[in-house]
Design a binder for this molecule. Structure first.
Ligand code: ADP
Length: 477
């Protein structure tokens, strides 16, 4: 039985109840996790507060950086064990899980190295005054994270928070939290003081809601659905707690007639099929200039037809959908599109060794899809691609901006002036030109506009989110 991690100790839920964790590959139980509730969240927040006022709060920036760097080293030391847990818990192919654990380590390397390089400023002010701008930690930060990249999300949110001297209470997704529980022991081994990191497992409506509405937190980061994102905003508003929210996307990949299709088509296929489309920044919507539609679609069809979904040991293009609920949603979206006779461009296969009770959805590309269709506007979060057409650059930009989301976009064209015009025209947080990095890039500031959320994670910019600016005015005359 797995236990939660509070104040440096593995503990059961105070209620004594557990939640069953099911394998995405077989539907069978692989573990149990504690069903944390408000009493457990109270203990975790209290532990985080005392670490903030105590040992962690008193560390110098250099000391914090060294501990984070050590966490990176230990994560890489145990990469095989952590990747095996991540793969079993999420159904990801082992290689992808390994890449995710490397990214988890990389977050600690990147932010650990930055810890003592974040300096304040001075401001020339009135005669006889000296003014300094100081960056201070927020205090106790709550982190509510989803199931699609459990290890990466953990690193992305706690590494910058710890770097700035905050302490953390994490509520991982109930469907996929086994890696974070195992990882917690490494932080202790690396010298992170007890209470600086706490992990409370449980359901969103119980542990998650108790954490987001807790009066003892100073800041919150959330990655998940827009519906829950709104609930989180409401509950944190009651305590005037600041949030960073990343709520998904319906990211466009815009392909112009002069694009290098040898590069564009594989980039686009990988941008949707990586992690079975369960990526907020998945390029799930391709906008193709009409004059190259036939050529583009014939290449796309070939790649989709040769893709396969299956268990980790079958070297699949992608693995199963992580949860049964999401599997049903994705399957319904596909069946609905088929019943409405939306043309299928290409469809992959389910491996013959796949368990019939696994959450397997064959990769599928539809097109042409009408711009106002559900498939063109809404997040499916599965290996489902929609292809639309456009005739002019203006129309391409208009279509790219025609959903409520604005997270990431891809632009494929050899025309330099157009690259700049289109990347300026698309409303979102990241634009990739002649490449696409769904989910990648620890160094690259990431976040959205509109329904995709607000605030920026990743890169040095994330550090601004995890601190408060204090202006100190000193009269020396
Ligand atoms: P998804 O639809 O991808 O499962 P959710 O937004 O439901 O995404 O979940 C993302 C995270 O938010 C998970 O850790 C989940 O437990 C948590 N969560 C779900 N509901 C709530 C809630 N009412 N309050 C706080 N956290 C929640």
């Amino acid at each position: 039985m797995n236990k939660m991690f509070i104040n440096g100790v593995y503990v059961s839920a105070s209620s004594g109840e557990n939640i069953s964790v099911l394998s995405p590959e077989t539907g069978l139980e692989i573990a149990q996790i504690p069903r944390g509730m408000s009493a457990d969240v109270d203990s975790a927040v209290a532990a985080a507060r005392s670490a903030f006022n105590g040992e962690w709060g008193k560390k110098t920036a250099t000391e914090r950086g060294r501990i984070l760097t050590k966490i990176c080293e230990l994560t890489l030391r145990d990469i095989d064990e952590l990747a095996a847990i991540e793969s079993e818990d999420t159904g990801k192919p082992l290689e992808l899980a390994k890449a995710d654990i490397k990214a988890l380590a990389r977050y600690f390397e990147f932010y650990g190295g930055a810890a003592d390089k974040i300096h304040g400023e001075t401001i020339p002010y009135l005669d006889g005054y000296s003014v300094s701008i100081v960056k201070e930690p927020c205090g106790v930060v709550a982190h509510i994270i989803p199931w699609n990249y459990p290890a990466q999300m953990l690193g992305r949110t706690i590494a910058p928070a710890l770097t700035m001297g905050n302490t953390c209470v994490v509520k991982p997704a109930e469907e996929a939290c086994l890696t974070s529980l195992r990882f917690a022991a490494l932080t202790l081994e690396a010298g992170l003081p007890k209470g600086a990191l706490n992990i409370v497992t449980g359901y969103g409506a119980e542990a998650g809601a108790a954490l987001s509405s807790h009066s003892g937190i100073n800041m919150l980061t959330f990655t998940g659905s827009p519906v829950v994102g709104r609930m989180i905003q409401e509950s944190t508003a009651n305590n005037h707690v600041r949030c960073v929210l990343e709520l998904g996307g319906k990211c466009p990949q815009v392909v112009f007639g002069d694009a290098n299709l040898d590069k564009a088509v594989p980039g686009i296929v990988n941008g949707i099929l990586q992690n079975s489309g369960q990526t907020c920044s998945a390029g799930s919507r391709v906008l193709v200039e009409k004059k190259i539609y036939n050529e583009f679609v014939s290449r796309l069809s070939e790649m989709f037809n040769s893709s396969k979904v299956g268990p980790s040991n079958s070297s699949p293009t992608c693995g199963p959908i992580i949860t049964r609920k999401q599997f049903e949603f994705v399957s319904n979206c596909v069946n609905d599109a088929l019943s409405r006779d939306i043309p299928v461009i290409g469809k992959g296969k389910i491996c013959s060794t796949a368990n019939v009770n696994g959450n397997y959805v064959a990769p599928i590309a539809f097109g042409p899809v009408k711009p106002d269709d559900f498939l063109a506007k809404e997040e499916v979060f599965g290996p489902v691609l929609s292809v639309l057409t456009f005739e002019s650059e203006e129309e391409a930009i208009e279509l790219a901006n025609s959903t409520e989301y604005g997270l990431v976009a891809g632009v494929w064209t050899e025309n330099g002036a157009r690259q700049i015009r289109v990347s300026k025209g698309i409303e979102c947080g990241q634009v990739f030109i002649n490449c696409y990095g769904a989910g990648g890039g620890v160094e690259l500031p990431f976040g959205g506009v509109r329904k995709s959320g607000y605030g920026r994670e990743k890169g040095l910019q994330a550090l601004n989110e995890f601190c408060e600016t204090k202006t100190v005015v000193n009269s020396y005359s």
